[in-house]
Ligand binder design. Structure first.
Ligand SMILES: *[C@@H]1O[C@H](CO)[C@@H](O)[C@H](O)[C@H]1NC(C)=O
Ligand SMILES: *[C@@H]1O[C@H](CO)[C@@H](O)[C@H](O)[C@H]1NC(C)=O
Ligand SMILES: *[C@@H]1O[C@H](CO)[C@@H](O)[C@H](O)[C@H]1NC(C)=O
Ligand SMILES: *[C@@H]1O[C@H](CO)[C@@H](O)[C@H](O)[C@H]1NC(C)=O
Ligand SMILES: *[C@@H]1O[C@H](CO)[C@@H](O)[C@H](O)[C@H]1NC(C)=O
Ligand SMILES: *[C@@H]1O[C@H](CO)[C@@H](O)[C@H](O)[C@H]1NC(C)=O
Length: 770
C-alpha cells in the first residue's frame, strides 16, 4: 500500500512539476470536486488517505485548493488540469472527481430577469397560516441560497429565547455584514467565494444581493409581520412555515449561479454547525441531472441525512414535460409547486367597455377608460423587421416610432428571446403606452411589471382581441392596475412550470414527493433593492415570486415544526409524516388538477399538497434506513468498494445483490410505492414496515384505491397495535389484469379511525426510464 502511495505522489508530482502554480495559470485550469466519501470509514479507520492526498496537493500546488470538506464527508475542490483530475480519480480513497457544476435557483424567471424586474410583493401565504404553527424554538433551519437581508422585520428576534445549545456555527463578518447582523432568529451566516472572484458586489458577504435567499428564508421561518404588502397589494400577515425556528444562512450562490463546490462546503459546515433541517431552492437544469457521485446536492444531502438532518429541495421549474424533476435522490424530500387561492388580475378594457381578465402585477397609472389606440404587432411591422413573426412577438426593433407611439400593442410571446419587460422597455422608448402579452403561462403565473402598463392574457382572449381589432375602424383599449382576487377557485392547481416525475433515473421510486405553494408567494425582500421599486415609491419590503424555490421552504418549515415536536425523529420519519398526511383535494372538494384541467397524478404532486397539521401526528411512519439508500446505490451501479467509502457505517453482512434490479428500489421502505416493468397477468410484491408512533391500542385497516385493471392486495390487511408494538410489516401484491399502456396510480391508506396514513402508488408498465 505504501509503495502505491509513493508512486502515486510521484506521478502527481511529475504532472505538477511541469506546471506553473501562479494563480492566473491555476485559474486557467478548471475547478474540480474530489469526493472521497464518509469522514469516518466503516471500519472506523482514520481516513489517512484524505490527509495525504490533500497535503500533497497543497504542497505541490499552492493555492490550488479552494475548499476542503471534512466534517460531514471528505473531499475538496481545487484548480486542476484534466490530467491531474484523471490521475486523482484513480487514487484509492477517491469516490469521484468531477468538474465543478454551476446550479441554478429555482425561481420561474432567470437571475437576469430578476435583475430587470420591477418590484412587487405582498402578504401572507394562506396555506401556511392554518393554526398549527408551533414554536419550533429549538429547531434550526439551514438554508443554502443567495444570502440574507438581516434587517428585514421577518427576522426580528423579539421574544425569542436563547440560541439553542446545539448550535456550533458562526456569523461570518463581511462586506456590510457584522456579527451584529445576526440575532436569536438569524443565528448564523456564512458565505463561500472562489478566491479572487469578482462577483459584482455580491462577494465577500453573507448579505443577499439578489433577494431569493431572503425570500425563501422568511417563507421557511419568518416571524409574523402584520400589514405586509407589496405597495398595498395583497396586504396581510407575512409569516413563515415555522415562525419559531432559527435560521442559518449559507450563501453558496453568487451572481453567476450556485457553484457545486460552494454547495458542498455549505453542507459540510451546516452538518458541523448543528442544523436540523436543510432547505435548498436550487438545482441542476433539466437535461443536466447527474447521478449520485457527481451531483453535489445528492452527495451533501446523503451525508446530512446520515447525520440526522432532513434535506428538502425544490424539484425544478421545467414542467410540464415528464421526467423533468431534479433533486430526486431517495434521501431528499423533493418538492413540486402549486398555486394558492389568490389571483392577480390586471384587467384589459376594450372599446364599448368590454372587460378581458388579464394577469400579471402592474401599478400603471394610465387612464381607466379605453382611450388608447390598440394595434396588433403583426399589423405594424417596420420594413426592418425580418419576419412577420418578429413583429407579432414584438421583438425589439420590429417597429418604427410612429407605428406604436401613444398606442397599446398586442404581442405574442413565442420567441423565447426576450422577457416581457424587455419588449415593453423597447416599445416604451418608441412612445408606446402599454402592452398586452398573449401567453397562457404569463396569465397563469403572475410576473411583476412594476409601473409598466403590461397585462398578460390567455391565447383564447388574445384571439378575441384580434377579432375585436378586425371588427372596428378605431380599436381602443386600456390596462387597469392590478387587483388581488382572494378565495380564488380552484386551488391548489399545478402550474405548468413545476417539474414532473417520473424520476429520470428509475421508475421504481416516486418523485416528486410532495407539493406546496409556489405561485405568487409573498415574502421578505432586501430593504434597499432597486429592481423591485415602482417609480415614486420606496423599495418594497415584501415581494412576489413564483417557482419550486418558493414551494421548498414551505415544506422545510413544516419539517422544522415536526422536528421541534418530535426531536428524536429521523429525517425519514419526518418525511413519512409529511407524505402520508398530504391532501389530494382542492378548495372545490374535487381532486387537485393541473392547469390543463386534468386530475393531477403522483408524477405532478407526489403524495399531494402538504398539510401543516397532519404531519405533527401521523400515527404510523415509514422509516427508510441508510441501508435502503445503499441498496439504491447498488442498483444505480455502485460497487461494494465504493459504497464502503461512501457510507459511514456499513453492516458487516452488507452486500449488493448479484443482480440488483429495480425491484430492490421498489422495496426500499419508502412512504410511497413505485413498481416498474409490470406485465399483463403478472404480479409483483413489495414489503413495507411501519413504525408505530402513537401507542394507543387500536386496529388499522388497509383501504385500497386502485384503478380498474389492477388488482392490489394488502397482506395482512389489518394491523393490531398494542402497547408493545414497535414495527409491523405488511406486503402488497400488484397484479395487472388488463392490457393498458398507461402508468397506473392509486393509494393504500391505513386507518384506525383517528389517523389516516396514506401512501400513493404508481405502477409503470415499462422498463426503467434509463
Ligand atoms: C410554545 O412553547 C411554550 C413553552 O415552551 C408552550 O407552553 C406552548 O404551548 C408552545 N406553543 C405552541 C403553539 O406549541
Ligand atoms: C402549459 O403547457 C402547455 C403545453 O406545453 C401549453 O399548451 C399551455 O398553453 C401552457 N399554459 C397553460 C396556462 O396551460
Ligand atoms: C383579421 O384580419 C386579417 C386581415 O384582414 C385576417 O387575415 C385575419 O384572419 C383576421 N383575424 C381574425 C381573428 O378575425
Ligand atoms: C443597500 O444597503 C447597503 C447597506 O445597508 C449598502 O451597502 C448598499 O450600497 C445599498 N445598495 C443600494 C442599491 O442602495
Ligand atoms: C445483517 O445482520 C443483521 C444483524 O446483524 C440482520 O438483522 C440483517 O438481517 C442481516 N442482513 C442481511 C442482508 O443478511
Ligand atoms: C391474460 O389473461 C387473460 C385471461 O386469462 C387472457 O385472455 C390474456 O390473453 C392474457 N394476456 C397475456 C398477455 O398473456
Amino acid at each position: 500500500m505504501k509503495g502505491f502511495f509513493i508512486s502515486f505522489y510521484l506521478s502527481i508530482f511529475l504532472v505538477l512539476f511541469q506546471r506553473e502554480t501562479e494563480s492566473a495559470q491555476l485559474r486557467s485550469n478548471g475547478i474540480y470536486i474530489v469526493y472521497m466519501g464518509a469522514s469516518v470509514s466503516s471500519k472506523s479507520d482514520p481516513r489517512n488517505d484524505y490527509d495525504q492526498l490533500l497535503s500533497s496537493l497543497m504542497e505541490r500546488k499552492k493555492n490550488a485548493v479552494i475548499h476542503s470538506y471534512s466534517n460531514g464527508f471528505l473531499g475538496f475542490a481545487a484548480y486542476l488540469s484534466e490530467d491531474e483530475a484523471k490521475s486523482i480519480a484513480q487514487t484509492a480513497g477517491v469516490v469521484s472527481v468531477f468538474p465543478d457544476p454551476v446550479l441554478q435557483l429555482h425561481t420561474t424567471h432567470s437571475w437576469d430577469f430578476l435583475k430587470d424586474q420591477t418590484a412587487v410583493e405582498v402578504n401572507s401565504n394562506p396555506s401556511s397560516t392554518s393554526g398549527s404553527i408551533s414554536n419550533g424554538t429549538d429547531t434550526i433551519i439551514g438554508i443554502l441560497d443567495t444570502g440574507i437581508w438581516p434587517e428585514s422585520e421577518s427576522f426580528s428576534d423579539e421574544d425569542m429565547g436563547p440560541i439553542p445549545s446545539q448550535w456550533k456555527g458562526t456569523c461570518m463578518e463581511g462586506h456590510d455584514f457584522t456579527t451584529l447582523s445576526c440575532n436569536r432568529k438569524l443565528i448564523g451566516a456564512r458565505y463561500y467565494d472562489e478566491p479572487g472572484s469578482s462577483n459584482a458586489g455580491a462577494s465577500g458577504t453573507p448579505r443577499d444581493k439578489n433577494g431569493h435567499g431572503t425570500h425563501v428564508a422568511s417563507t421557511a421561518a419568518g416571524i409574523p409581520v402584520k400589514g405586509a404588502s407589496y405597495y398595498g397589494l395583497a396586504e396581510g400577515t407575512a409569516k413563515g412555515g415555522s415562525p419559531g425556528s432559527r435560521i442559518a444562512m449559507y450563501r453558496v450562490c453568487s451572481l453567476n449561479g450556485c457553484q457545486g463546490s460552494a454547495i458542498l462546503k455549505g453542507f459540510d459546515d451546516a452538518i458541523a454547525d448543528g442544523v436540523d433541517v436543510l432547505s435548498l431552492s436550487l438545482g441542476a437544469s433539466d437535461g443536466m441531472e447527474q447521478e449520485f457521485s457527481v451531483d453535489p446536492i445528492a452527495i451533501g444531502a446523503f451525508h446530512a441525512v446520515e447525520k440526522g438532518i432532513i434535506v428538502v429541495c425544490s424539484g425544478g421549474n421545467e414542467g410540464p414535460n415528464s421526467r423533468t424533476a431534479v433533486n430526486i435522490a431517495p434521501w431528499i424530500l423533493t418538492v413540486a409547486a402549486t398555486t394558492i387561492d389568490r389571483d392577480f388580475e390586471s384587467d384589459v378594457v376594450l372599446g364599448g367597455n368590454k372587460v378581458i381578465k388579464g394577469g400579471g402585477i402592474n401599478f400603471a397609472d394610465i387612464q381607466k377608460s379605453p382611450v388608447y389606440p390598440l394595434i396588433y404587432g403583426s399589423s405594424a411591422k417596420s420594413i426592418h423587421a425580418l419576419a412577420d413573426s418578429e413583429a407579432r412577438n414584438c421583438i425589439p426593433g420590429s417597429f418604427q416610432d410612429d407605428q406604436v407611439k401613444g398606442k397599446i400593442i398586442l404581442c405574442e410571446n413565442k420567441d423565447n428571446l426576450y422577457f416581457a419587460l424587455q419588449k415593453f422597455e423597447s416599445l416604451k422608448k418608441q412612445g408606446a403606452i402599454g402592452m398586452l402579452l398573449i401567453n397562457n403561462d404569463e396569465r397563469a403565473v403572475a410576473s411583476t411589471f412594476g409601473s409598466s402598463p403590461v397585462a398578460a392574457i390567455t391565447e383564447e382572449d388574445g384571439a378575441k382581441i384580434i377579432s375585436y381589432i378586425n371588427s372596428t375602424r378605431n380599436p381602443v383599449a386600456t390596462i387597469l392596475p392590478t387587483v388581488v382576487v382572494p378565495k380564488y377557485k380552484p386551488a391548489p392547481v399545478v402550474p405548468n412550470f413545476s417539474s414532473r416525475g417520473p424520476s429520470f433515473s428509475t421508475r421504481s421510486l416516486l418523485k416528486p414527493d410532495i407539493a406546496a405553494p409556489g405561485v405568487t408567494i409573498v415574502a421578505a425582500w432586501p430593504g434597499n433593492d432597486t429592481k423591485g421599486v415602482v417609480s415614486g415609491k420606496g423599495p418594497p419590503l415584501y415581494y412576489v415570486l413564483s417557482g419550486t424555490s418558493m414551494a421548498c421552504p414551505h415544506v422545510s418549515g413544516v419539517a422544522a415544526t415536526v422536528k421541534s415536536l418530535h426531536p428524536s425523529w429521523t429525517p425519514s420519519a419526518i418525511k413519512s409524516a409529511i407524505l402520508t398526511s398530504a391532501i389530494q383535494t382542492n378548495n372545490l372538494q374535487a381532486p387537485i388538477t393541473t392547469n390543463s384541467g386534468s386530475k393531477a397524478t403522483p408524477y405532478d404532486i407526489g403524495a399531494g399538497e402538504v398539510s401543516t397539521s397532519g404531519p405533527l401526528q401521523p400515527g404510523l411512519v415509514y422509516e427508510t434506513e441508510i441501508n435502503d439508500y445503499l441498496q439504491y446505490l447498488c442498483y444505480t451501479g455502485y460497487s461494494l468498494t465504493k459504497i464502503n467509502k461512501i457510507a459511514s457505517s456499513l453492516p458487516a453482512n452488507f452486500s449488493c445483490p448479484t443482480k440488483s434490479d429495480s425491484d430492490a428500489v421498489s422495496n426500499m421502505n419508502y412512504p410511497s410505492i413505485a413498481i416498474s416493468n409490470l406485465k399483463e397477468n403478472e404480479s409483483k410484491k413489495v414489503i413495507r414496515t411501519v413504525t408505530i408512533v402513537d401507542q394507543d391500542e387500536s386496529v388499522y385497516t388497509a383501504l385500497v384505491d386502485a384503478p380498474s385493471g389492477l388488482d392490489v392486495e394488502v397482506e395482512p390487511n389489518k394491523l393490531q397495535i398494542t402497547k408493545n408494538s414497535k414495527k409491523v410489516t405488511y406486503q402488497v401484491t400488484f397484479r395487472l389484469t388488463s392490457s393498458t399502456k398507461e402508468d397506473m396510480f392509486g393509494s393504500i391508506t391505513w386507518t384506525n379511525g383517528k389517523y389516516k396514513v396514506r401512501s400513493p402508488f404508481v405502477v409503470a408498465l415499462s422498463n426503467d426510464s434509463k
